[in-house]
Design a protein around this ligand. Structure first.
Ligand code: WT7
Length: 650
């Protein structure tokens, strides 16, 4: 890659400006190196043709992508719009994503290829071949069947970043059960709510895991949740951290005991392409998380094609998506897409800075990682340690870099590109969501890049920026991000709440999918994402609804009313600032109360909610109908005038 235009003081200047205008002033562009283009899965010509085909023949484009996969029965129709927005992809087709991820590979040269490289926080490695993973998930599929799990049943998975999580997900898929992974950093209450909404019959969890040099006692969290999870018949516990746990409740069983004598063969269940594969809960603008549902067929086609093209996956690649399987990034791009493509995926249990800031570089060097996909917050965190440490590691195997989760500031992009990628690896900034399942706006390695921009919509995906009436906005003007046509990996509904699915995504601007983000397009058609337009925060890339934080706060005995806003943070992107009206007569020490309320929110939601501060107020700004005006609080907090409010949020 060659740097075309680089202005010397640009980097410094950029970090001082934080508005979109500053982002769009970004003049640097990066062209792909010729050898990258020559070897790419799709070259610039193919790319142009794909974009054209995606526009003129949407169904033909995705049908071609589907032909790369294995089906027990092909579709009668590629896309059925008759019950829009409940679109059906690959109508009447029969498949199973786990069959595509495992079963079909063990009949080929991939049988003995490494599917999964695992590194524990303590530095132990293990590798599983496709055959190992196939047999392990068959065993769990058999065990689940013996526990009475059949097609359509829900299984909650509350596991850390260890191979068992991938095995459990694949096993559920094989049985036809719907998995609902709950991120291992969520609290007992958050777990309980998700288990109960899904009415899960089984939970798969572990005794504990290692994070930042400490053992997290996961099973104790489950014990708390289980006090009120009536649907759960069995809790399967993986022995991982080897800590004492209480197994006295009749519903608890050790994973290892359950696997004893279980057959290593299992006949993968044939699923309809539109049968649900998983539920993944995500925050929205109400206090209750939404259960986003994804299917076997369309999801598989979307994640496979998008990973293959954006990260240019080759047979020999070692792909490391340094996310957690508890989020959509991990579902789509640690587990499903890499395995369906038959590549080698890397999983790391621990904290990226444990035992020191070299950890990620060590892992890349140790395994010869070719592609690294991580979050802007991690890049910014590592940037603080400078580039000296990086130079001690041989990162020459890297070919491509990627980011996801929140806007990446150009400084972080350029630092990543220069220091991690040694100016050889294009940075794929991928914009997508839990709901979209797959990359929606993202480049391929043959495109010309601008740092801070996620490039343009992926071929066959119709993302645009419009005003509140759905009219396209001029270049450089902010607007709502929408998707104008269905795409195969789209959510099929919200679990048990189809009305809400219609209402949240398809009715505010009729006929199109509303993403809830604001962005601008520049004159070249490049997208610049700015953040959410709704009351959803992005803390270190994690999505947290202000309403969830507020309802956690008001559940505290001293709190009468509460408001939560996001304020900028250099490393995490955004953190939460809270405002609280106390109940009358509360006379506790303020500092003690701040600590107590912080601990309370943590207990209710988990440590992902990073709180900057709590202010006690007598009044909160409200509309006439009594809605808290978070925009006003935000303007006050950031020292803006009322007149600047329009620049904050829609
Ligand atoms: C929201 C979705 C998709 C996997 C991780 C997050 C923000 C995501 C980018 C990006 C700017 C981004 C958006 C989006 N976002 N990727 N490349 N540039 N913003 O999944 O938790 O469902 O969050 O993350 O605001 O709506 P999620």
């Amino acid at each position: 890659m060659e740097v075309l235009a680089e202005e010397s003081n640009k980097e410094k200047e950029q970090s001082e400006k934080e508005t979109t205008e500053a982002l769009m002033d970004e003049k640097r562009i990066y062209r792909p190196l010729p050898e990258m283009v020559v070897n790419a899965n799709i070259d610039p010509n193919d790319y142009e043709n794909a974009v054209k085909k995606g526009k003129t023949d949407l169904e033909g484009f995705w049908e071609e992508a589907a032909m790369e996969l294995d089906w027990f029965r092909k579709w009668d129709k590629v896309l059925d719009r008759s019950e829009a927005p409940f679109f059906k992809w690959f109508v009447n087709a029969k498949t199973n994503i786990a069959y595509n991820a495992l079963d079909r590979h063990v009949k080929t040269h991939r049988k003995n290829k490494v599917a999964l490289i695992f590194e524990s926080e303590g530095g132990q490695r293990s590798r599983m071949t496709y055959y190992d993973l196939y047999r392990a998930s068959n065993m769990v599929a058999n065990a689940l069947t013996s526990l009475g799990i059949t097609k359509g049943d829900r299984v909650s998975i509350y596991l850390p970043n260890i191979p068992h999580i991938a095995i459990a997900m694949l096993a559920c898929a094989k049985v036809g059960a719907i998995h609902s992974v709950v991120y291992a950093g969520f609290s007992a209450i958050a777990l309980r709510d998700r288990v109960n909404d899904a009415e899960a019959k089984v939970i798969i969890t572990a005794d504990g895991f290692n994070r930042n040099g400490k053992v997290v006692k996961l099973k104790e969290v489950v014990d708390d949740a289980m006090l009120d999870c009536p649907s759960v018949e069995t809790v399967v516990v993986v022995k991982w951290a080897d800590i004492p746990v209480d197994m006295s409740d009749g519903r608890y069983v050790w994973y290892e005991d359950l696997m004893e004598g279980v057959s290593k063969e299992f006949k993968t269940v044939e699923m309809d392409a539109n049968d649900p594969l998983f539920i993944l809960y995500t925050s929205g603008t109400t206090g209750k998380p939404k259960g986003v549902v994804h299917s076997h067929g369309g999801y598989m086609v979307g994640v496979n094609r998008s990973l293959k093209w954006v990260f240019d996956i080759k047979e020999t690649d070692i792909f490391w998506c340094a996310a957690d399987p508890g989020w959509i990034t991990g579902h789509s791009y640690i587990v499903y897409a890499p395995l369906v493509l038959g590549t080698t995926t890397v999983m790391y249990e621990g904290h990226p800075l444990f035992p020191g800031p070299d950890r990620m570089w060590q892992i890349i060097e140790k395994y010869g990682v070719n592609i690294l996909y991580t979050a802007p917050t991690t890049i910014r965190m590592l940037m603080r340690f400078g580039s000296q440490r990086l130079k001690k590691h041989n990162l020459s195997t890297l070919r491509l870099l990627g980011t996801v989760g929140e806007p990446i500031n150009p400084e972080a992009w350029v630092w990543y590109y220069k220091n991690v990628g040694n100016q050889n690896c294009p940075v794929m900034d991928t914009w997508w969501q839990t709901e979209t399942g797959m990359f929606m706006v993202a480049p391929t390695p043959c495109n010309v890049l601008k740092p801070g921009s996620a490039f343009k919509p992926f071929p066959g995906v119709h993302v645009d920026v419009v005003d509140a009436h759905g009219e396209p906005v001029e270049p450089g003007k902010g607007g709502h991000v929408i998707v104008k046509e269905p795409w195969p990996a789209m959510l099929t509904t919200l679990y048990k709440d189809p009305e809400k699915y219609k209402d949240v995504y398809w009715s505010k601007i009729p006929g199109v999918y509303l993403a809830g983000d604001i962005a601008t397009k520049d004159k070249d058609g490049y997208f610049w994402f700015q953040g959410r337009s709704d009351d959803v925060l992005k803390i270190a890339g994690h999505r947290i609804g202000t309403a969830e934080v507020e309802s956690a706060l008001v559940s505290h005995k001293h709190v009468a009313e509460a408001a939560c806003i996001g304020v900028p943070d250099k490393v995490r992107g955004e953190v939460a600032q809270l405002f609280v009206i106390l109940k009358e007569g509360v006379e506790e020490d303020e500092d003690a109360l701040v600590n107590e309320l912080k601990a309370h929110v943590r207990k209710m939601l988990g440590p992902i909610v990073v709180i900057k501060g709590i202010d006690f107020k007598d009044k909160l700004p409200k509309t006439r109908s009594g809605k808290i005006m978070r925009r006003v609080l935000k303007a006050q907090e950031l020292g803006l005038k009322e007149g600047d409010l329009s620049t904050l949020e829609d």
